[in-house]
Design a protein around this ligand. Structure first.
Ligand SMILES: [Zn+2]
Ligand SMILES: [Zn+2]
Ligand SMILES: [Zn+2]
Length: 320
């Protein structure tokens, strides 16, 4: 039985039940569920305040917010949060890579297989044991030693995963993803290098906090008008007749929500504006969104032009 709390964020009830079932089989008893991003952030916050920070299973597509803004808000509450993303298509690759850069723990492909989920959670549990242990094996119980050994294996597996999901990755980024620097990470990377599986392609500069120097930073996006980070990408319809521009879903039965007239011909009496950011707070919309950086170590906010830069070895994948 595991004491960790788990938060499933998923708008499909069927998938939620399936996941809950799987996790119960694995031995988890404290499972919470949410069907929207807003509820998820609220629940995550409440649980964290009670020192029950949950492991999060997050759906990539939710109706009210995109996964990225949910994820960055979770990181703001708990910088070392373990978030596992559920994803359905390969089209999301670029977005996922970006989330891994800022600290996504893992992703799992839909349809979700029990074995895949099991393996992620096993890694998570043993990794935790590993990082909680110190390196010296003296006066440790055999059982604990076994767990530490298993933990090391899983940390290596996690490093493999990080390297495989990025064609290039820096040492600073690997350390950031694993939670903190550890000499055993370097030893393992050296081994991969000697085996010809990765090679160093020089040093790479990365954005670091201009206050504390941490590379654990996340680019955050917010509404240019009210600064809320609760927005979604959507489609707008402009009704030429009355000038109304609102989300396509507000045109119930093809009727303009402002003047109540029916919209008939695309390009004649209305047009569609694709890919606009719609703020869930102030309801305004924008083709571009305000961006700055958040330091996940000290919560400092800074603009790109004020960033510090940190240099660390950059690894390239040869064959993993
Ligand atoms: Zn900082
Ligand atoms: Zn109208
Ligand atoms: Zn707004």
């Amino acid at each position: 039985m595991f004491t960790d709390h788990i938060l499933i964020v998923e708008d499909s009830l069927a998938i939620t039940m399936l996941l809950k079932n799987y996790l119960e089989k694995l031995g988890y008893v404290s499972i919470h569920t949410c069907d929207s991003g807003t509820a998820a952030i609220q629940t995550f916050k409440e649980l964290s305040e009670q020192e029950k920070t949950p492991i999060v299973l997050l759906d990539y597509r939710l109706p009210d917010m995109d996964a990225r803004s949910i994820f960055t808000q979770i990181l703001k509450i708990q910088p070392n949060a373990r978030v596992i993303l559920e994803t359905a298509t390969e089209k999301e690759d670029e977005g996922i890579r970006e989330l891994i850069r800022i600290g996504l723990y893992q992703y799992i492909e839909k349809p979700i297989r029990f074995e895949a989920l099991k393996s992620i959670f096993e890694t998570l549990e043993t990794e935790k044991t590993f990082f909680q242990s110190d390196t010296s094996p003296d006066n440790k119980e055999m059982e604990q030693l076994e767990l530490i050994k298993e933990g090391i294996e899983n940390v290596y597996k996690h490093i493999d995963f990080l390297i495989k999901s990025n064609s290039q990755i820096t040492l600073a980024m690997i350390e950031q993803n694993l939670g903190f620097p550890d000499s055993r990470i370097n030893t393992y990377l050296k081994k991969l290098e000697n085996d010809g599986r990765i090679s160093i392609v020089g040093d790479k500069k990365e954005i670091a906090c201009n206050q504390c120097g941490s590379v654990k930073t996340a680019q955050t996006f917010s509404c240019p008008s009210c600064r809320a980070s609760n927005f979604k990408l959507g489609k707008l319809i402009e009704h030429y007749d009355c000038g109304n521009i609102t989300e396509d879903s507000t045109y119930d039965d093809d009727k303009c929500p402002n003047c109540n007239k029916e919209i008939k011909a695309l390009g004649v009496d209305y047009r569609v504006l694709q890919n606009h950011y719609i703020c869930n707070e102030c309801k305004e919309f924008f083709s571009e969104i305000f961006s700055d950086y958040l330091c996940l170590s000290c919560e400092n906010r800074f603009k790109l032009e004020n960033a510090q830069w940190k240099t660390s070895p950059n690894y390239k994948v040869i064959s993993m």
